[in-house]
Design a protein around this ligand. Sequence first.
Ligand code: PLP
Length: 398
Amino acid sequence: MTTAGTPRPRGRQFFANPGPTNIPDSVLLACAHHSMDFNDPAFLEVYDACVEGLKRVLGTRQHLFMYTGSGHAAWEASLVNLLSPGDTVLILESGYFSEAWSRMARDLGLEVRTVPADWRQGVEIEAVRAALAADAGRAVKAVCVVHNETATGMRIPVQEVRAAMDAAGHPALLLVDTISSLGSFEVRMDEWGVDAAVGGSQKGLMLPTGMSFTGVSEKAMAAHRESRLPKHYFHWTNMLARRHRSFVGTVPISLFYGLREALRLLEEEGLENVFARHARLGEAVRRCVRHWSGNDGPRLFCTNPGRYSDSVTAVLMPEGHDAEALRAVALNRFNLSLGGGLGLLGGRVFRIGHLGDLNEPMVLGTLSTVELAMRVAGVPHASGGVEAAIAWLAEAAG
Ligand code: PLP
């Protein structure tokens, strides 16, 4: 096996992580912009267009606040701007990322209630309704949902969560993490009654890591004015006093030149077509993995077909086989970078990211190389999964 210090195989690295994702060359080049005054009228024009474009992708006409920081920054900003010490939040368990958001909420001085869920099946919507109906004193101030649990490859239906809140007649705010769904499949913040939609630059938006944001409803702005958790850099009221109505501090201008190009690419393709491409490629990956499972091979971690994620697939290794060993073979021998299992799923799962700047050859190359790595690593599987993916892609191409 190739060890540290030994060069990787030649050729372009196949990067199949679920975030950060591949950055289109034109976006990379657009990011390579010389420094500018962030109040320069030429930059402000780019900036304002990006704000409007990002709102279109989020499906909102309401507020948008942006931060220099990864997705965690937007998580934190949303909690500190909307809540007060001791407030209760109800977090729908989905996997590693719902747990991480819960830990953050506790660290910030919030009470966390969880709607527990089987990570392979996903939360039951009836359990969400029941938890809210049982909250007679209306202690719960916010319901937090990870729209796409990147660790398990599962999508949670936000509209159904909204409907459960309405059925229980509960006034809590609805906070949705769209970090690995935005730009890959539909997010309709206003239509779905979302109060805070959290997103980040490095996934479906095909940008480098470093910018995150929150779409905020009018109802959430009213809650913000009452919130007492300490905040400064993330303070939305501080932001509103500035020309950019975001960013307390220097604006990361190079990311905005990149964002302008990324939005241009998304809108040139058409969001509907972007979503259809993700659905098609995600299904190709799932058909391949289902085929591999035939010979006691790896299986889809998500066992709820209605909730398959079109941006990432988590693959559960056969008993006694280590996902990290397989990932190491893929990376060191064949220059294919796969996502690892997170938290409790470490060593048991590997993840194939299929979001962002991606096409059929990239997916087929990735799947072929996983199959090659499984042969080399001695992982049992039914060979020919790639053929199942090809058959599907041919059918989809009509
Ligand atoms: N939420 C989800 C669904 C994610 O996938 C991630 C990162 O992968 C995060 C939150 C955390 O974002 P970041 O790593 O950008 O801080």
